[in-house]
Write a protein that binds this ligand. Structure first.
Ligand SMILES: *Cc1c(COP(=O)(O)O)cnc(C)c1O
Length: 298
């Protein structure tokens, strides 16, 4: 495996960062999780835009321009000979001293790109769906560290996920400060009720998922429908006919039990199945080509 760190490629065991990097010391940095399907990087422009907006929000100057980051990312996938990949793009604050002062991080921000394969859930989970609980951890308010920033500071999400694991479930819902549903530990949430598809709005305090916006587009363009963005309560999830989660890692996956309440038939419902299929088809056919030959042969 070849890993990109600050402009060079390293073997897995050789890819390292400084113990003084504020990404390590303070979780000071941002990241993107991106997928490639069938030789194409899915919605790369959207991921890079979000990276840029997250950087701007935390006063982080990207070490190289966005176009160069895009080139480095595509080159990392090529170096690993992958056509289907999970790509992790990390930008850390860089090497500083032990204090909090970001001005002490003299060296440029650190840039790490890892291209690998992951299967977040075994295929059987896409059939049978996930068991989900409500976490005791609340989503931070939009007046705190904005949930829109995809920051390396992921401890709340990790603890929420661990809470799910301890309860024998696979995912956890975070309620926002007002008690409305925001999202899951690493995925956005949707539900279907009486034929309509709903999802919490951005102002509920969510990370605006690229997969979430792809699903909103697919519903509009391929199903002639509309996703309704609406503040939602746990009650609305409990009585839903279908619940599904979206995220780059998980893709589109059903939630079939929430806090012990069986959702719909107790397995992935018809709209969820349809969206899983449409998403997979769409992901294979769109996106930034990784290998030039692919372009030339078209
Ligand atoms: C990354 C992430 C998501 C999903 O976003 P995608 O762009 O679809 O991968 C949802 N919630 C949180 C907290 C995330 O970090």
């Amino acid at each position: 495996m070849k890993i990109y760190v600050d402009g060079e490629f390293y073997e897995k065991d050789e890819a390292k960062v400084s113990v003084f990097d504020h990404g390590v010391l303070y979780g000071d940095g941002i990241f993107e999780g991106i997928r490639a399907y069938n030789g194409r990087v899915f919605r790369l422009g959207e991921h890079l835009k979000r990276l840029e907006e997250s950087a701007q929000a935390i006063f982080l100057t990207l070490p190289i321009p966005l176009r160069k980051i895009e080139e480095a990312l595509l080159e990392t996938v090529r170096q690993n000979g992958l056509r289907d990949a999970y790509i992790r793009l990390v930008v850390t604050r860089g090497v500083g001293d032990l204090g909090l002062d970001m001005r002490k991080c003299k060296k440029n921000a650190g840039l790490i790109i890892i291209a690998d394969k992951i299967e977040l859930y075994p295929e059987s989970y896409y059939e049978k769906g996930l068991d989900i609980i409500t976490s005791s951890i609340r989503q931070r308010g939009t007046d705190q560290l904005a949930p829109n920033i995809k920051s390396l500071n992921y401890l709340a999400n990790i603890l929420a996920r661990a809470e799910a694991t301890r309860a024998g479930a696979q995912e956890a819902i975070l309620l926002n400060q007002q008690g409305y549903v925001s999202e899951c530990s690493g995925d956005n949430i949707f539900y279907v009720y009486e034929g309509r598809i709903y999802t919490p709005p951005v102002y509920a305090g969510i990370l605006e998922g690229v997969t979430r916006s792809a699903i909103i587009d697919i519903v509009r363009e391929k199903m002639n429908g509309q996703v309704i963005e609406k503040l939602s309560t746990l009650f609305e999830l409990y009585r839903a006919d279908e619940v599904f989660l979206t995220g780059t890692g998980a893709e589109v996956i059903a939630g079939v039990k929430i806090d012990g309440h069986v959702i719909g038939s107790g397995s992935a419902g018809p709209i969820t199945r349809k969206l899983v299929a449409l998403f997979r088809e769409y992901a294979r056919l769109t996106g930034t080509l990784i290998y030039e030959e692919a372009k030339a042969s078209k």
